[in-house]
Design a protein around this ligand. Structure first.
Ligand SMILES: Nc1ncnc2c1ncn2[C@@H]1O[C@H](COP(=O)(O)OP(=O)(O)OP(=O)(O)O)[C@@H](O)[C@H]1O
Ligand code: SF4
Ligand SMILES: [Mg+2]
Length: 322
């Protein structure tokens, strides 16, 4: 059986804005295997959510997508609206960056999960039993009571649990989790990550985990991709990347890596600013912050270099030169 579940090939995404196009994602290629946790890491605004939404075909209307996005060999961009709705319901689940946006404030969270389950044709009563079971699966404190709580009565961590419970009920092959722990404190974050890891172990769910927090990656992911200003600059097995990061940006991230607290794990400690994506010139998008930059970096786009079958990076310079 082919291990590959999702493959993005040369995906570029531009947003039409006043005055032209904003190049949010440029020439991104990666794949996610069945049953693995694939992390996508990068600073705010580097295009992580844009990539995630393109897979679900949920991009804003002003987005233009180039390249191909294949799920189980089928190009998702060629499916009809009805077909892609089916894929979203059954094959690919997504936990959005802000769970409040995905929950309806006027219904209890239990009623919303029950509604999602009953799309599968079980009775309302059976549905409630299943909702409580799902809440227990995601370690919701006081599950029987909490099914009656409204979204605003829950903490951020509980709302994330509701979203994961909703996903669990559909048993997708691929779960896209867009910063599922950003708003949470460290203890709750660890619990949510544990639930996500369990999904992989118990149900064989593949997870695309989007995060700002490079520190998290080492704990849960099998492979990782690092994005910078819309480009994927390095990817590989977590072990390879942590042992021998190649791209100068990844190396700086490693240096800034948490020694303990979550706050320090955020990608904020590197000098300089990300280029404005309306103004990107030819050349490497990291050049204005890169300690290794040379003349060619400002003039030509770097190509992708392979260090091994699994480890690639995007830079003009070979392994021994950077
Ligand atoms: N509908 C839109 N129209 C124009 N620009 C957009 C639109 N949506 C996103 N962008 C821009 O595209 C770029 C990538 O945004 P995106 O939300 O994908 O980043 P991100 O990596 O998910 O950031 P964060 O970590 O803050 O969630 C940003 O510059 C953002 O301002
Ligand atoms: S191509 Fe140049 S600027 Fe870009 S990462 Fe490599 S050395 Fe740095
Ligand atoms: Mg985002």
């Amino acid at each position: 059986m082919n291990d590959e579940l999702l493959r993005l090939e040369n995906v570029s995404i531009n947003y039409k804005v006043r005055g032209g196009y904003l190049s949010a994602v440029k020439d991104v290629s990666f794949h996610v295997n069945r049953g693995e946790i694939f992390a996508v890491v990068g600073e705010s605004g580097c295009g992580k959510s844009t990539v995630a939404h393109s897979i679900m075909r949920l991009l804003d209307k002003n987005a233009v997508v180039l390249g191909s996005i294949k799920y189980n060999g089928t190009n998702l961009m060629e499916l009809s609206n009805k077909q892609i709705t089916g894929v979203r319901g059954h094959d690919i689940g997504m936990i959005f960056q802000n769970p409040l946006d995905s929950l309806n404030p006027v219904y209890t969270t239990g009623a919303q999960v029950n509604e999602a389950i009953r799309l599968d044709g079980i009775s309302k009563l059976e549905g409630w039993k299943k909702v409580i079971e799902l809440y227990r699966n995601v370690k919701m404190p006081d599950a029987e009571k909490r099914v009656q709580a409204y979204p605003h009565e829950m903490s951020g961590g509980m709302r994330q649990r509701v979203m994961i419970a909703m996903m669990l009920s559909r048993n997708p092959s691929l779960l896209i989790a867009d910063e599922p722990t950003t708003a949470l404190d460290v203890t709750i974050e660890a619990q949510i990550l544990e639930i996500i890891s369990q999904l992989k172990k118990e149900f064989g769910t593949a997870v695309m985990l989007i995060t700002h927090n490079f520190g998290l990656v080492a704990e849960v992911a099998d492979r990782v991709a690092i994005m910078y200003a819309g480009e994927l600059v390095e990817q590989g097995d977590v072990f390879e990347i942590f042992r021998a990061p190649k791209h100068p940006y990844t190396r700086l991230l490693m240096k800034a890596l948490p020694r303990g607290t979550k706050q320090e794990g955020r990608l904020q400690t590197i000098d300089g600013t990300v280029p404005r994506l309306m103004e990107v010139q030819p050349g490497c998008r990291f050049a204005n912050r890169c300690p290794m930059a040379k003349k060619i970096c400002y003039e030509q786009d770097p190509a992708i270099r392979a260090l091994s079958a699994t480890h690639t990076y995007r830079c003009h310079f070979a392994e021994e030169e950077v």
